[in-house]
Design a binder for this molecule. Structure first.
Ligand SMILES: Cc1cc2nc3c(=O)[nH]c(=O)nc-3n(C[C@H](O)[C@H](O)[C@H](O)COP(=O)(O)OP(=O)(O)OC[C@H]3O[C@@H](n4cnc5c(N)ncnc54)[C@H](O)[C@@H]3O)c2cc1C
Length: 406
C-alpha cells in the first residue's frame, strides 16, 4: 500500500524505513527546506537500539556512536564523586548497549536507509481528508497527495494531531531550559574520564557530559527558570551561563569558556499530557507517532526511543493484520481500523507512563517539586552503587515490545 509520512525526523524516517522494508511504498513530506537536526546528540537507549537493529542499522550505529561504559554523578562545586559505576551489567540485562550518537549521524543514517524513497522538503502538511478508498494530505502550497494510510510524525509542535484528536493540544513547559552541544574531549583534558557519562548536580541544576564519539562529549546545561527568561541572543549565552553556574566545578567552567555558542542549541523543555487518542477514529486511515503523540522531557532519554518503538509497532501490526507485502494489495478502512485500535492499545499507556516518569525525574533533578525530594536524591546518590539507578533505567527498557528480543 502507499503510506504518506508527515515529518522527516527520527520517527518519520524510521517509519518510512520500516514500512518500505515490508514492501510498502512510502513518501515522506517535510516542512523545512534544509534538513538539519536540532541539538547535538541523543542517547539511544537499548530499546531504541534494538529497533534500529531490526531495521539492519546496528553495525552503522556501532561505527559512529560513543562508547559509554560508566556513569557518574558528581557534586556541583568541588566535583567530588557521589557515585561512579559500570554500565555493562545494565547492557547485559537489557541484551543491548546504549549508544549516544550525534544527531547528524543518526539523521544521515536514517536518510540513507530510507533511499530510494522520496523525501520532499518545503512541504508543510496542513490537513488531510479520508474517503472509503484512501486518504489525501493537503499542503500549504495548495498541492496534495493521496495514499492508503498516513503516519503523522510532525513533532512536538504538531498541528495535525489537533485534527486527529479533535482538540487543540497545548504543550506544557516543564520548568527548565536545556543548552546543549558538542565539545572536543581534548578541551576538557584530564578533567573527565572519556568513557563516562558524568553529571554534575546541585542547587536544582545539572550539567552533563556524555561520550558521543571517540573525540567528543555531548554536553548539556540545564537552567531552571521560568519560560522566556533566558537570553535568545547566543552572544549572551556564555556570560549568562558563567553567572548561572558560577562556583561550579572546573569541568563546567572550562566547558562554558570553550563551547562554540554558534553550535549550541537552546531548548525550553516542554511535554504534553496524554492525548485523547493517537488514531483517527473516524477516518480510520491515520495515526500519530513520536513527539507529536507523546512529547516528553528528555530526563529519561526516551523521546526518540519511543518514536522508534512506535514505528516498530506499526510495522508489526500491519504484518499481523495481513496488510504488508506487495501481495496484500490495497487495504480497506475496516482492515486498517484493526491496526489503529491495537496501536492505540499498545502505545498510549506505555508512552503516557514514560512521559510521566520523565516529568517526575525532571521535578526532582531540577527542584521543581518538593525541595526535600531533591535534597534526599543528592543524599541517595552518595550511597548509590549503581544498582538503584540501573534498575530504574531497566524498568523502562525491559517494558519495550517483547518482539524486539525475538
Ligand atoms: C534537549 C533534548 C534532549 C533529548 N535527548 C534525548 C535522548 O537522549 N534520547 C531520546 O531518545 N530522546 C531524546 N530527546 C527527544 C527526541 O529528540 C525526540 O523525541 C525525537 O526527536 C522525536 O522525533 P519525532 O520524529 O517525533 O519529531 P522531530 O524529530 O521533531 O521531527 C518532526 C519533523 O516534522 C517536521 N514537521 C513539523 N510540522 C510539519 C508539517 N506540518 N508538515 C511536514 N513536516 C512537518 C519537522 O520539521 C521535523 O523535521 C531529546 C529532546 C531534547 C529536546
Amino acid at each position: 500500500m502507499k503510506v504518506i509520512v508527515i515529518g522527516a525526523g527520527i520517527g518519520g524516517l524510521a517509519a518510512s524505513i520500516a514500512l518500505r522494508q515490508d514492501g510498502h511504498d512510502t513518501v515522506v513530506y517535510e516542512r523545512v527546506s534544509d534538513l538539519r537536526p536540532v541539538g547535538a546528540a541523543i542517547s539511544v537507549w537499548s530499546n531504541g537500539v534494538k529497533v534500529l537493529a531490526k531495521y539492519g542499522l546496528l553495525d552503522r550505529v556501532k561505527r559512529v556512536s560513543g562508547m559509554m561504559e560508566r556513569m557518574a554523578y558528581r557534586q556541583w562545586d568541588n566535583g567530588d564523586v557521589y557515585c561512579d559505576f559500570d554500565l555493562n551489567p545494565l547492557y547485559e540485562e537489557a541484551k543491548m548497549r546504549a549508544y549516544p550518537i550525534a544527531r547528524s549521524e543518526l539523521q544521515a543514517m536514517l536518510l540513507d536507509a530510507n533511499k530510494p524513497a522520496p523525501v520532499h522538503l518545503s512541504k508543510t502538511a496542513v490537513s488531510y481528508e479520508t474517503t472509503a478508498e484512501g486518504v489525501t494530505v493537503h499542503f500549504h502550497d495548495g498541492t496534495s497527495d493521496t495514499g492508503d494510510f498516513v503516519v503523522i510524525s510532525d513533532g512536538t509542535h504538531s498541528k495535525l494531531r489537533n485534527q486527529i484528536t479533535g482538540t487543540s493540544i497545548v504543550r506544557d513547559y516543564v520548568g527548565y531550559v536545556n543548552f546543549n552541544g558538542a565539545i572536543e574531549k581534548s578541551k576538557l583534558g584530564h578533567l573527565l574520564p572519556s568513557d563516562t557519562w558524568t553529571q554534575f548536580v546541585g542547587d536544582g541544576k545539572r550539567v552533563s557530559f556524555m561520550p558521543m564519539s571517540d573525540t567528543h562529549f555531548y554536553f548539556f546545561l540545564d537552567v531552571t527558570t521560568p519560560t522566556g527568561t533566558t537570553p535568545s541572543d547566543s552572544a549572551q549565552w556564555k556570560p549568562f551561563l558563567a553567572e548561572y553556574f558560577s562556583g561550579w566545578a572546573q569541568a563546567v567552567q572550562t566547558l562554558i569558556a570553550e563551547m562554540d555558542v554558534g553550535r549550541v542549541a537552546r531548548v525550553e523543555i516542554h511535554d504534553t499530557q496524554r492525548l485523547p487518542t493517537l488514531i483517527d477514529r473516524e477516518g480510520g486511515r491515520a495515526l500519530i507517532i513520536g513527539d507529536a503523540a507523546h512529547a516528553t522531557s528528555p530526563d529519561i532519554g526516551q523521546g526518540g526511543c519511543q518514536a522508534l518503538e512506535d514505528t516498530f509497532v506499526v510495522q508489526r501490526l500491519l504484518r499481523k493484520h495481513g496488510l504488508s507485502g506487495k501481495a496484500s494489495g490495497r487495504p480497506t478502512t475496516e482492515a486498517l481500523r484493526g491496526v489503529l485500535d491495537e496501536y492505540e492499545a499498545l502505545r498510549a499507556d506505555r508512552c503516557a507512563v514514560l512521559v510521566q516518569r520523565a516529568r517526575q525525574r525532571s521535578n526532582i533533578t531540577h527542584r521543581l517539586g518538593d525541595p526535600k525530594e531533591t535534597e534526599a536524591w543528592y543524599e541517595e546518590l552518595k550511597a548509590e552503587d549503581g544498582k538503584g539507578i540501573m534498575s530504574g533505567i531497566l524498568k523502562t527498557i525491559l517494558s519495550a515490545p517483547k518482539e524486539l528480543d525475538e
